[in-house]
Design a protein around this ligand. Sequence first.
Ligand code: AMP
Length: 599
Amino acid sequence: MILLRMSYLCTQILNKSMTFNDLGLRSQVVKAVTDMGFEQPTPIQQEAIPHLLKSKSDFVGLAQTGTGKTAAFGLPLVNRITESRKYPTGLIICPTRELCLQIAKDVQNYSKYEKASTVEAVYGGADIQRQIKNIKRGVSIIVATPGRLVDLIKRKAIQLNEVEVVVLDEADEMLNMGFKEDLDFILSATPEEKSTWLFSATMPKEVARIGKTYMTDPLEVSIGNKNEGNANIDHIYFSVKERDRYAALKRLIDFNPKIFGLVFCRTRRETQQVAEKLGKEGYSAEALHGDLSQAQRDRVMNLFRNRSIQLLVATDVAARGIDVDDITHVINYNLPDEVENYTHRSGRTARAGNTGESLVLINTREKYKINQIEKIIGQKFTAAEIPGPEAICAVQLESMIDKVKATKVNEEEIAPFIPHILADLEGLSKEEVIKKFVSAEFNRFLDYYKKAGDLNAKASDRGGDDRGRDRGRRRDRGRTDENKQRFFVSLGEKDGLNPGGLLRVICDATGLKSDTIGRIDIMPAFSFFDADKADTDKILAQVHGADFEGKSMNIEKTADKSKGGRSRGGSRGGSRSGGDRRSGGRGRSGSRSGSSRRR
Ligand code: AMP
């Protein structure tokens, strides 16, 4: 195997003067990419295209999403097709419907001046009969998701005997998604002598195995080290107490008024809850997860793509294949269970040579995960502090003033109202008018942050985030309160539950304020908590069955409150710092500067 490895930045500098004309593409293809506004080939294009044009050998391209790999395989593929044939010559397989549509669109654009090159996207969730009809008409390039392609092969609706090139795009993702058997089946339906071009962001063992099984002496081009993250991404983590995770998320968003970002959550339920809460509080956010229908997912993706929303709150699976450029931030509300998935998450920003930030919220016990990820991506994280109220207010004010300055005045439309407005404001100085307008827009925001505290967990909070609180409340131990009901919870310390986490689940599920929850006792395999008796039915109905990190939480009333638990922990109560309690006190009108609703 020939190894041709070089760093992304290094290659960029090395071939700065190279143009698409230098790669050996036919003039029609160069014209098409020039029409698309591409001036210079990206490093992966510079490395891959000349080789794929000249050689019939197999190829492995290791490159992050957003580095231009679609054109790296799409252009040489289109370049090959000079005559119309009845059966496909090129087959591109990719993990998701979104990616499938995007690749098909790109390849169509590259084929703009090539009559012989026709493209059809085949993917699940769409009318298969229509796809069959289009294939029968004769297409030269098929872009497919594995499941639908297997279906078409089994129905004998597609003929792959004449395929000359198979592209496996995002091979690591396809294997992650359990498409290994489908890929085996598809590849066995294609001719032995074809060329296989495999593209992957990471090189886990399973992908290397595909290479070994299906490819002969491939040329391997790696932009960056294997499994390495994109060097244009800043990785930053913030340590917060578990109970402050949501308030911290809001601060990160507020501190970046121009954010166009992806927020990753671990479960569908958490994704939905975070998006809903953000939406209710005036943020421009929508959820994307597997419980949504295809039509709902399409709607949300379209809103995000055309920037009608600023934030997409998504699960790892639902966000696969998201190919939106200019994403400024990826926020990891929680780290993924499989730390390897972090590369895919963060790779959604800093596409096409842009820079981006990947922000991670961790609780005090998750620092070791940061170390694991650093090893995988070969990059260091910066530890940063969640911005305080003053800094956020300053940024928001500045953003609002910028917006005001950039606002175009429609002189004609506004003219009839001006005399009346001026008469109303008579007697106020210019400074007073400015102050009043700014306050009208900004007071709600200032009020929200007025009493907001510091959300950063200190080193001394380590492991004591919740334990410390427990200790402080031991004096409450054994105290009974006839207005409280004690509940049994089926999850405990072994399941990763801590008082902050339990509190979050209860409050998220019920909408109850955290200070209505009393003593919390986390035992190794189960837990207890006290809550106001009046809320008993609500808690049983809404917390029972709630999801905690993929596990269902069962709740029961304990028969006698005094028997519940060993009272190892203390009661909750007292004041909490952080924003949750204040939620709802801000931005409902959607008047927040920079992140108001645009739906
Ligand atoms: P990809 O990695 O193929 O998803 O490409 C990421 C983004 O970069 C897409 O929006 C492409 O249209 C864009 N792109 C790809 N190649 C180039 C190029 N040579 N010059 C400018 N933009 C490009």
